[in-house]
Structure formats: structure tokens, C-alpha cells
Ligand binder design. Sequence first.
Ligand code: F6R
Length: 608
Amino acid sequence: MCGIIGIVSDKGNLKERIIEGLKRLEYRGYDSAGVALRKENGIFVRKKKGKVSQLEEELREVEVNSRVGIGHTRWATHGEPSDPNSHPHSDCTGRIALVHNGIIENYPQLKEELRRRGHNFRSQTDSEVIAHLVEEEASRDDFLEAVRRAVNRLEGSFALVIINSDEDALYIARKDSPLVVGLGEGESFVASDIPAFLPWTNRVIFLENGEIGRLSFSGVEIYDFQGKRKEKKPQVIGWSLAQAEKGGYRHFMLKEIHEQAKAISDTIGPRIERDTNSAVIEDLPLAPRHIKDVLILACGTSYHAGLVGKFYFEELAGLKTDVDYASEFRYRRPVLSPSTLVVAISQSGETADTIGALRKAKEMGAPSLAICNVVGSSITREADSVLYTHAGPEISVASTKAFTTQLSLLYLLAVYLGRERGKIDREQESGLLSQLLSLPSKIEHMLREQEEKIREIGVDLSSYNDALYLGRHLNYPIALEGALKLKEISYIHAEGYPAGEMKHGPIALIDENLPTVFIATESKVLDKVRSNMEEIKSRRGKIISLLSGEHPEIEELSDGVIKVPLVDEYLFPIINIIPLQLIAYYAADFLGHDVDQPRNLAKSVTVE
Ligand code: F6R
């Protein structure tokens, strides 16, 4: 789970561009960073523990006029974050350098074998063995063939970019870790993700598993691992550079929170037929009437979206739905049938656990659908069909707009399935979709009216060590997601819990040092939520409430109130999470944390 980039360009002077690309990839890991640039008689390598900005500082005075170079930003797996363990890694001669994202599972055996043949290792990483393997092979073959033979010996996952000191070329290979090629004028790029080279080209080729290639000034040649040439067509990506930049906001997270109204419109707009107000779903692996039940597989925030999706599928489409953590599903012996629709939800499309769970479900014969944000990512290629969320690039590690677009799409899909399966009629469908269409403007209104209030509440919450998030029914998953947001960026311990379960244990924790955020918007269980509030208040607990409509008795019980616009009950999860994202943001920012790159985390979790 690292970020890698390579550029080969007849314009030269690549140092700045590689650093710029690395900054755009830093969301994938930020334990260390490094670059390798081919110079007149060898390869210049500089690598360092810490963030890309520290590497940039170190390189400020360095002049290397290079026409080919690679860069890496690391999320440590094998070997602690340190200068020697940083990438790029070199062979014994220093004439080969590479960057790697993934895990080489058979590296102990390879390392032992290479050591016996006289190779010297300088790091504790699995990645370094690849440089020595290529060195061995290059002594008897041309370079592409050497890389091909070396990757055929690797077990595990890898995205690789390799350079040598003799030519202006990048050698690339992929298995189970993402790699995208960019094609420019007199220059070619390769990276873990498109934003890394988006300022210079939007013509891309997604490398697939088992592909290897050579990039030069004039383009790319791609082969399979057996050496057979493959023809691949470039695609033009619609993402703009502005979407991959902060656009005046202090952090990507704040920008992405504010982009949610537009992201939802972009996701649902093209899928609603305006004349009839009916849902249009472009691609499903199974006809709606043949679906017997649904299984949702996901991790983290996407898993929380799945929990809300369960309500949608069951209540709007009459489909029994299970939701599983992908990491748990993989190692169980689940019961699936060819009429179980498996829905894998993932922002990145590269989460190793979700990919593993999807593969297992497919092996068991279930038809699969991916709900994903990143075009061309692994999950989209492995699932039988794909529905894209159109959130645009999500750079901040904490997921925000991906979540609300996932929820909007799940709602739309449930309405579509409900109609096709005869559970709702055209009139009900039209009503449900009108509500969905009105959501973006309500979100914008709420942000205008409430953000300052939410900021004050976030700052106040930052002085506590713990917090509780409570909700019931559709808002229970939102309590989980609100707590996850606070934990991951402010490092304040937070727990999401079903409000009705409090009395079965956790209520013992309540005192004046444990604030509770209650999601108390309009619903059929609101009276019950109010009773749960009373239980907290009578134990001197501090209460912050998310409220819609007029409820003076709840305001009375609350120490802080955030007002949310009235929407249909099914849509409250989508609007309710936004103030909770902002609470976490403002708490973390007040505490001086790195909001976009919280400690120990990375955006795509490509390891198990
Ligand atoms: C939390 C967060 C993670 C991801 C999880 C799954 O803010 O971002 O919990 O949701 O790692 O990632 P995707 O959706 O890319 O599969």
C-alpha cells in the first residue's frame, strides 16, 4: 500500500515532477519517500524516512538532469520506516533501481538463494530481492526479458517500476497491485493512481494482472508474463486537475466534505430518467426477478454504507440482505447460491480484503456487482458488473464523499430493484426519487447554516478523551461511521453503538467525562431515542444532538444541537453523516493533527 510513479520524458528535468506526483500519491502512505534519477553515468538515488516534503527539502539544491526517473512514498509492511528501508531499492552494482507496491510472499527463500550467490542486501524489505533478481537475470538477457523472468519467480502482489543506468526507459509489471500508464507528447508516465500524472495527461491505459511493459518517450509496449505482445487502447479520463487539488480549502477532507452535494448529483443525475422520474440502472449481473437475496461485502466506511444498504434492499426491494466485513467473509464457510447478488463496495477498488472476498464469492458461483469510485480499479475488473459512484478523486485518507455517493447509489439501486420486482409502483418510485433529487440542495443549505455551530462543537469535543455515538435503526450505521471518523483523524477514542443497547452494558461508562453524540433526527424510533437520552442525562452525561424539525424537549436535554433539514426517513443517513464528518474534522484540526494523512493509516489498504 504505497504510491509509486515513473516518468520518461524527452523534456528532461524530472525531479520536480516526480516530487509533485509523489505528493499526489502521499495518501497511499507517508512513512518514507525516495527518488531515483538516471544520470550520465549511473543512477542517482535519494531516500528518506518521513514525508515527501522532507525529501523535497533535502533535494532542493540537487541538480540532476534526467530524462527518466522513479519515485515512491511508503506505507511500511516489511521493515520499520527508516532510510535504508525506503524505496527505491538498488541491486549490488547500483545500475538498477526499482520501486514496488505490494508484498513479495516468497522473499525469504529468494533472499537466501541470492545471498548464497553472493548478493549483498542493505534493507530488511521484501522489495529489495526484486532488484537483485533482475540483476541476476540481466547478466544473461536483454532487460525486458530479465524483468519478465524475475517477475515470474515472485509470489505475492506487486506493482513495479524499474530503471537501469543504460537507457531512457521504464520497465513495469503488475500483479494484484494497481498500476496505470499515462501517455503524453514525447513522454510517458506510470503511477499507482491517475492524479499523480493528471497535470500532464489524461490518456491512460490500466495495466492488468500478469502484464509487463516498457515505456519510452514515444509510448508503451505491453506483454503478458509469457512474453506475448498485447494491444491495449488508451482511455480518456474525465477527471479534472482541479478535482485533484485543494482549491482554496485548508485540507482535502474539508474540500471533499463540501463537494458532497455535487458528488451526489453527479452519481444519481445520469441514472434518473427526468420525464418519468424513474431509475435507470445500466448494468446488473442478474435480472432483478431472479435475485433471491443480497450479500454486501466491504471494509471500513464502505462497510458502514453496506449496513445502510441492507435497510434499503430489505425495505424498498423486499430482498433479504446480509452485510459482511470482507476480511471476515474470506475465512468463513458461507452459504451462497447462484441467485445471491454479491455487492462489493469500495471507494478505491483496491482493498485487498474486499478483492479476496469478491473472488471467494465468485468461486462459489455467485453473480457479483461492484459499487466503486475508481475507474478501472481491480474490483471493477473482477466483478461481473460495475456501478460507478461519480465522487471524483477522494484524496483525504478519511472517506467522506465516497460514503455519501455510495449511499445515494444504494438507495437508487434499491428503488430500481423494488420497481422491477413489483414491490413499489411507479408513483412510489417517482416520490422516492424526487426526495433523492432534492438532497443536494438541502446539504448545501445545511452547510451554510450550521457549519460554524458544528465547528464549535468539534472544538469542544477535542478536549475529551472518549466519545460515544448513538443512533437507532437507519442511524445506527451512521453512529458507527461518525465514531470511525473521530477516531481516525482526531485520535480520540470513540465508539458507535445502537442507542437501545446502551442499557445492556455501556451505560456503566457514562459520567460527565464522556460526551454522547445522539443522532436524533425524525424517525419512527425517535421517542425511543429520546428515552435513551434521558437515561444518559440522568447520569450527568453531556449530550450533543443532531435534530430535525421542532423538538423542544430534546433541545432541553441537549448541551449542543445541530439542525439537519427534514428529508425522507431513508435519506437521513446521507445528510446526518455530514455534520459528524465535520465534527471530526474540526476536532482533529484544532488538535493540530494532520487531517488528510492521519498516523498509521493509508488510503487504499492493499494488504490483508
Ligand atoms: C475510513 C476509510 C476506510 C475505508 C476502507 C475501505 O475513512 O477510509 O475505513 O473505507 O479502508 O476502503 P475502500 O472503500 O477503498 O475499499
